[in-house]
Design a protein around this ligand. Structure first.
Ligand code: XMP
Ligand code: MG
Length: 179
């Protein structure tokens, strides 16, 4: 598994330091608002777990699964809800937890859905961002790291469902997915 990684971009320790900072900022910004923190499955599951452990305020969690990628490395442009939320978002302060923003299609679709359901506020925290890949005008309200335009895996992110359990984020060797 480690042999398929070309380069480690951020180590486990660097990720944890940043997530702690994000947790502290979010705790201040959402103090007294009981936010509904939504994990976008599957990629954000590790980030979500580490993030909420660093949030020191009352909050609620829910999970949503969407698909825009299949097992390929490029967006199909089609976003499908595979698993919807269990609770209504009407009147709630919603914080969407995303692993990575690439084209921005997935998030702009999700924000749209939640706003149509009358959330009081909808913000996004993304651990990783590839700004050069953006095709729709969308920025995360809170962001961890900017990444180069390379396919990355680890820390929740997969290629064909593998590598999610790597504790760091790294660039996959192109030959792993180009053949
Ligand atoms: P969009 O293009 O809608 O894509 O912003 C967001 C989703 O695409 C996936 N994604 C990646 N997954 N390595 C991955 O494992 C990557 O480099 C990568 N870039 C985008 C991811 O699921 C994200 O939620
Ligand atoms: Mg994926």
């Amino acid at each position: 598994m480690f042999n398929d990684i070309q380069e480690v971009l951020y180590t486990e320790e660097q990720l944890q330091t940043k997530i702690k900072e994000l947790g502290e900022t979010l705790s201040r910004d959402y103090e007294g608002r009981n936010p509904l923190v939504i994990c976008v499955l599957k990629g954000a599951f590790i980030f979500m777990a580490d993030l909420v452990k660093n949030m020191t305020i009352p909050l609620e969690l829910d999970f949503m699964a969407v698909s825009s990628y299949g097992t390929a490395t490029k967006s199909s442009g089609v976003v499908k809800i595979l698993k919807d939320l269990d609770v209504p978002v009407e009147g709630r302060d919603v914080l969407i937890v995303e692993d990575i923003i690439d084209s921005g299609l997935t998030l702009s679709y999700l924000i749209d859905v939640l706003e149509r359901r009358n959330a009081n506020s909808t913000r996004v925290v993304a651990l990783f961002d590839k700004p050069v890949r953006r095709t729709v005008g969308l920025e995360a309200d809170y962001r961890g790291f900017e990444l180069p335009d390379a396919f990355v895996v680890g820390y929740g992110l997969d290629y064909a469902e593998k590598y999610r359990n790597l504790p760091f984020i790294g660039i996959l060797k192109p030959e792993v997915y180009s053949n």
